[in-house]
Write a protein that binds this ligand. Sequence first.
Ligand SMILES: Cc1cc2nc3c(=O)[nH]c(=O)nc-3n(C[C@H](O)[C@H](O)[C@H](O)COP(=O)(O)OP(=O)(O)OC[C@H]3O[C@@H](n4cnc5c(N)ncnc54)[C@H](O)[C@@H]3O)c2cc1C
Length: 387
Amino acid sequence: MFAAEQYETFQNEVRDFVLAHCPAGTRRIVAESGKLTRTRLAEWQRILYERGWGAPSWPKAYGGTGWDVWQRHIFDEVLAECDCPPQYHHGLRHIGPVLIEYGTPEQQQRFLPGILRGEDWWCQGYSEPGSGSDLASLKTAAQREGDVYRVSGQKIWTSHAHEADLMYTLVRTASTGRKQEGITMLLIPMDAPGLSVRPIRTIDGWHHVNEVFLDDVRVPVANRVGEQDRGWEYGKFLLSRERLGSANVAPLFQLLERTKRLVASRLEGPAEARRREHLALRLLMAEAEIVGQRELGVRAIEDVVQARPLGLAPSALKMASSRLMQQVSEIAFEVLGPTLAGRFGAKEGEVEDMNWLQSYLFFRARTIVGGTNEVQKNVIAKALFGD
Ligand SMILES: Cc1cc2nc3c(=O)[nH]c(=O)nc-3n(C[C@H](O)[C@H](O)[C@H](O)COP(=O)(O)OP(=O)(O)OC[C@H]3O[C@@H](n4cnc5c(N)ncnc54)[C@H](O)[C@@H]3O)c2cc1C
């Protein structure tokens, strides 16, 4: 661990670098709560990779930075403070750690560099129609024939499938025993013959989620992670890291600061004083919780680094951060709402307002994605009281 002044030096180094190298157009989109394309996120990942900061949370041996918990934390906060985007998570925070833990050396050599350089984009093919919360009931079937699996079935709500190169997915390889026992994790290229993607349009008007259809897709056995029928273990490892993404409260602080500025700039006059003060109080209450969330998040990341069991932290952090995201964006919506309600498609000078509306609607899904609130409560209740 560094001395306090060394952390300060590190913080300044990160700030100087990102302010000098994060493209202005990208920072403007982030500052206006806009949606970033793959091209912009990949460009940003390449810039960080070239600086040696491609994977803040990976071990050095795999191209990571080897930073301690506080350095990672400072890095995330400086990025948010400077309106730089967070790194694309599916490769770096989801499948990357799984491959480091369970992948073969060949898989690590083949897949990790593309994630680090921002060249390979991954998506997650877990959920199916009828198998979301009850994920272990999934039915997409994979039958082994020599050195390939033949895969048929359907995935749904697959974020970024339309712009991804590869999908990590859970498939059924056996139907006997407990439903968790016959599941296997496969890595499937999105251009594999027999795989097709259909968009799902969501209430926010953005395109993030899709249906993915698999019709006799042939996947090499070399693309299987770990052992056949043990995919549930790897999938759960990944899901707890996904939920732990909520331990990074930097985006929450960023949203809070932007909302404070919005309240101050849009409710300026004396006639708005009462409303402004009321919203300022609500923002302060949210800030108090976000500060607490930051403490819990740092402790949870320290547990990961020390290889201690994560316990209830991922579920508790995910529930709290989803609620806070929704609460703060509701405040922004209350400031702008009357002028925006019922409209999509920005007119000149309205881009930022429309982005606020779309973000507000997008954050509705936070309590569903990665396991619903009810499911998190079940996880916590089971851990506390048993089955
Ligand atoms: C924007 C968005 C992005 C997503 N991205 C991805 C992705 O990239 N990859 C992927 O695989 N999936 C993704 N998902 C899917 C997400 O993980 C599922 O939607 C989620 O797990 C819920 O499953 P479901 O939609 O089938 O709802 P259901 O499981 O059918 O749940 C319906 C309702 O019943 C409640 N419920 C269900 N079971 C219980 C229970 N045992 N006790 C109490 N209440 C219960 C739920 O809380 C919910 O309110 C995404 C979803 C959204 C909305």
